[in-house]
Structure formats: C-alpha cells, structure tokens
Design a protein around this ligand. Sequence first.
Ligand SMILES: [Zn+2]
Length: 401
Amino acid sequence: MITTEQHERLTALRRELHAHPEVSLNEKWTAKRIAEFLQQLKPDELLTEVGVHGVMALFDSGKPGPVRLFRCELDALPITEVNTFAYKSTVEGVSHKCGHDGHMAILCGLAEQLAKERPLTGKSWLLFQPAEENGEGAKAMLADPRMRATKPERVYALHNLPGVEAGAVLLREGSFNASVNSIIITFKGKTSHAAEPEHGIDPARAMGDLFQRSLALNNNVPSDPKMRVVSSVYAELGSKDHGISAGRAEVHLTVRCWNDAELEKLQHEIEDIANDLAKRDGLGLEIAYTQRFHANQNDPDIVKHVRNAAKSAGLSNWHSSGSICVHLRFSSTFDTCMFESSVISISRSAYENNLAFIRKQLNGARLCSVVKGECIRPRPIALRSHGGYRRCGLFRRVQCR
Ligand SMILES: [Zn+2]
C-alpha cells in the first residue's frame, strides 16, 4: 500500500509539475525535475535528453527476463488555466490539461516501488516522453540510438480518460485509438470587384459543397469497424474587404477511422470530391495533410495481462466503447511515433488510485506471472519499425482540472 508520506510526496510532485507546465518540445524544466526525482532513487541507468527532452530510467533485476517499458508524457498544452487552486499554472497561456502531470507522478510512484524492490526478472524501463501532443516527441526518441538500444519487448501506456466512472479500466484488443489525419483543402479562384463577381472565380459554392459532401461521409459509430469520423475544423474564405469578391477558400477537416486502410480510402473519397468541385467551378486546387496519427494495435497477450491485473486489483474493465475515439488524439500519438501500444484506460478520481492499482499489479505479478517472466506494470512503448516490440496498456484518469 501507499504510505501517507509517499502519497503526500507524489501529490506534491504532481502539483509542482502542474504549476510549471511546458508545451511540446520545450519541456526542459519538467525533464530536469523528473530526472532529479529519479536520480535520488538510484536507478540502474538514467538517460536524459533522449530525443530532445526524453528521460528514461532502468530498474534491472540482473536476471534474464523480459524488457518492459512504461511510458508517460512530459508536455502540457497551450491553454490558459482557469482553475484557481493554489498550484494553478504559473505560466501564462500554458497548462496541464491532458493530465500528463498526473501520469508523471504515477510513474514516479512506480519508480519508488521499483527502487525499493527491483523486478524479479528482466528489466523495467520507465520512459518520460516529450511532445506527445504534436507527435514529435516519440519520433525524436525513437531516432535516438540510446532509446533503440533498450529494445523493450512489452510496452505499457497509461492515460487518464475524463468522463468515465472512477475506477474503470478501458481495455480492448486490436485498434484502441483511431487513425487520424488532418486535411487542408485550398480552392484557388480569382478575386474581382464585389460589384462584378462575374469577372472573378468565387470558390464559395465549392467550399459549401465540399463541407456538405465530405461531412455526409460520416459514419460516427465507434462500435462499427468501418467507423468514419469527418469533422470540420477551420475554414477561411476571401477577406474582410467588402469590395472584393472572394478568390480563395481554405477548408480544414480531420478524419478518423479505426484503421489506416479505411482512413486512406476516406481521404481518397474526400480528395475526389474536392477535385470534382474544383473542376466544376474552374478552380485551382491544393490538398495537403498534417498531424497524421496512425491507429495503434493492442497486443492480445498484453491486453490479457492487463485485464488480469485489473481484475486482481478489483477494478472493473470492459471493451472500449464509443467515447474512446473522441479521446484518441492522446494515444494515437504513440502510433505516429511508431509506438505500438496496447492500450488500457483507467479512470480514477486521483492519480494515487492509479498508483494503488499499479502497485497491486506489481504485487499480483510478483505472486504469479513475474515468476514466469510476465510481470506487468503500467506503461508503455515500443517501436513498430522494430517488429519485435510489443505493446502496452494505457490508463486514463480523471484529474482535477
Ligand atoms: Zn495526453
């Protein structure tokens, strides 16, 4: 069990992290703070500045066995904090709204546990990843030879999931997070005087039809393997000069499907619509993509481990349902970065509950599967490009926000 002292220490750490948020790729202070915390636990190895600001700590049994990896994130979001509690963000326009401060505290709690009792077999790495929000951090870490050298076989990811009842674990085999892409479609027409639109080429009609036809492709049914989510994100048409008829339109959409193949298909259909409209109205056309996140695929064996751990900890779990695809942005990052994560979500009202779960997992593993070299611990990573890597669990938690 967590001692009161440990509970208070980890809570204080989470609040300290919460008060000092840093956006993606700027997590210098956060990484340093985490490295300091880990250093005093005397891990068998401590890596810093891994792929930008990544931090990794190793707790080694010194015996043969699986290499496990548990992951969390360092970055915050460019959102102004509206909370008024004592540990609110001290950085204007930046705050921990994704719960990464809590995830870090959870992993630090796990580090304390591992420092006290090394794994019985194999190795356990803890990884603190920068820039989850824009997908760049995992990519950068994977490009770092030190990260590659760790060769994790089982990767566990955890993330909070607001809106789910406390104590719930969301877990499923196969796709857990949707494949996501963002499309930017630009129609190029010709401006003219607003009194003489016949001398210009106005993209407004094409823009309207593009929205109508692409949004009609929606099949927003998460339980359907053919789920398709098309969302309008942003649009710009012409300028605010009232004497000028619009000559340019830009439409941003995001698309989500449960797998990459379906997503490709959906993208082609939207491209066809755009081409069709541009041709119809004599418009130039540019199509660009940004912020691609691949779908992750959970390894069934690891899902089983996590499910058993959740059961032994007395937590409920079920296959993910609709709400998950709404939150996928978080974990789809891993996929983008070639991480394969078997994902679990656990929702709890405070990180310490997750820590209790994790510890219970550890204890359970010790009693059973660790002996067989199958210890489960929370959290995540693995490289798809290194096919041998397995996935992870992902816990989501409700945090005070
Ligand atoms: Zn996140």
